[in-house]
Design a protein around this ligand. Sequence first.
Ligand code: SF4
Ligand code: SF4
Length: 627
Amino acid sequence: MPDSRLLLQDAPNKRALLLGNEAIARGILEAGISVVTTYPGTPASEIADSISEIAAEAGVYMEYSINEMVAVEVAAATANCGVRSLSAMKHVGLNVAADALMTLAYMGVKGGCVIVTADDPECYSSQNEQDNRFYALLANLPCLEPSNAQEAKDMTVSAVEISEKLELPVLLRTTTRVSHTRGPVTYGKLTKPSLKGEFVRDIKRMNLVPANSRPMHTVLLTKAEKAKEISETSPYNTIVRRSKSGKLGVISASAAFNYAMEAIDALDLDASILKLGMTHPLPEKLIGTFLRKHKKIVVVEELEPYLEMQIKAIAKDYAPNVKIYGKMGTLYFPRDGELSTRAVVIGLAKITRRKLPIDLKEIDRKYAEVLKDLPRRPPILCAGCPHRATFYVIRKATDGKAVYPNDIGCYALGFAPPLSIGDGFLCMGSSVSMAQGISKVTGRDTIGIIGDSTFFHAAIPGLINAVYNNHKITLAVLDNQATAMTGHQPHPGTGVTGMGVPTEKVLIEKVAEGCGVKFVRVVDPFKVKEATAVLKEALQHSGPSVVVFRSPCALMVVRDRRRKGAKIMVCKITEECTNCMACIKLLGCPALVLVDGKASINETLCIGCGLCASVCPYQAIKCEEIG
Ligand code: SF4
Ligand code: SF4
């Protein structure tokens, strides 16, 4: 990530090359958004991370909230004091925040409030590929969808303006391809943020008991009508190309728009193109008129047929005879996975009965040929990762015979051989709750596996449930002192805020004790013997037990040592090695490799955690400081 301070330049018309997420961060500064909240999650993380680095200098308050619901509630409250706010999260994060969001739509806001949902088609780093445009439909909220970095910045500013005009939160929906693609962005003016808000008591609007909710629902529907008017004239909903013949019209939005443009050009089609940037509510009249002017309409969109469904409904009133092609009925474009120019070319070629412009079979053949020679890189825990030690301890203590519901974070990778610890997860915090169901009906030893950030995010109610109902489970909290998977953001257990200010550490073991857990221990996973004994004891406990495996993320350890100029540890295999392969077979550390059929350590990867030394039955691995 480039220096976030570049985002602070008050230089209108300057052009910068920014990631989509950095462009949103710049939009935050141009819009005068003063409060930014988030729970980190790919592909949204860089929005708040960029702001975190410059928050104090920019005069913005930024926080890594404990979870997405809290993040939205804080943002909603500040916006209701007239202070502009933004809350950023990944798509599944919006499920966590949905309880607040649905009612926030009724309550409305006074200052602008933007909720960013970064969706993940193809599940690059997520457990599903839900299409969050449906949240806008469900909650009756305006939704803007950028197709590139410039729009990501501009739409952040527009979203605030629309939010204030309608007194409604506005969804800004990106996808990985927009969030993580770098593109040119022309800066606008910075707006000075203001953290001074005023709370004006407004019981009828804000105290949503049923008697107040009913009229607020009507208010929401009135605002939704006004949003339609905004959508009709929005500069983001526009015909970007007109066909000569008027036969073919293409409607598209977001990253899919880029694929549609490339595919139309590749097939040399004479097509009009309606680009939608405000995708809820849709500009009904604009779309209706577009439908009337064409014989065939192709809807190009990623994931669900969200636009197609609504466009078909609009067609009933405006142009009942127009043929609409997309994903409903005959499937011209895939409904799962990330869209691509290739997929759009194939679909459009079928619809227009054109020959494919290139020989795709030949490309596939060449690709398969290259793929053969490329080394496979399965996702794997880093060399020296403390989770590997924890998984080894768990396997040793249970002989692999327990059930291990796991959770969301780096440690989800523990399911892979040779460690094979991890039996499935649903969502953040599900390990502790799933463990209870499994232990109840199977009577087997059950160990929920969860990380530190996830523990704070979503495990505490589940843990209280285990105490209250006396479920015999063990919760292993893998505390590596960071929200490591998304970029080492802080959380309540790390003792530092998103503003970089030292703060009170919330200790997991104290929380567990406070929840009423009677057996709570903290261990160092690299002290294998001791940790194994503690875990065995925990499994004997008659009710819920918690074992915190605490050791910092290996990447942080190396980074901190390098920054301090301290020595780095590495381990070496000595002559005592019998080549029994125990180290390789038991641990799966990427630094342990075979060289000419012999166990060996790749010293550029090894960080000297010493775990392999502790499992070698012949004491053939020696560790020392270098550098
Ligand atoms: S000491 Fe052993 S287990 Fe640890 S990183 Fe090095 S090779 Fe891997
Ligand atoms: S466990 Fe020890 S003896 Fe066996 S291969 Fe590894 S280093 Fe050699």
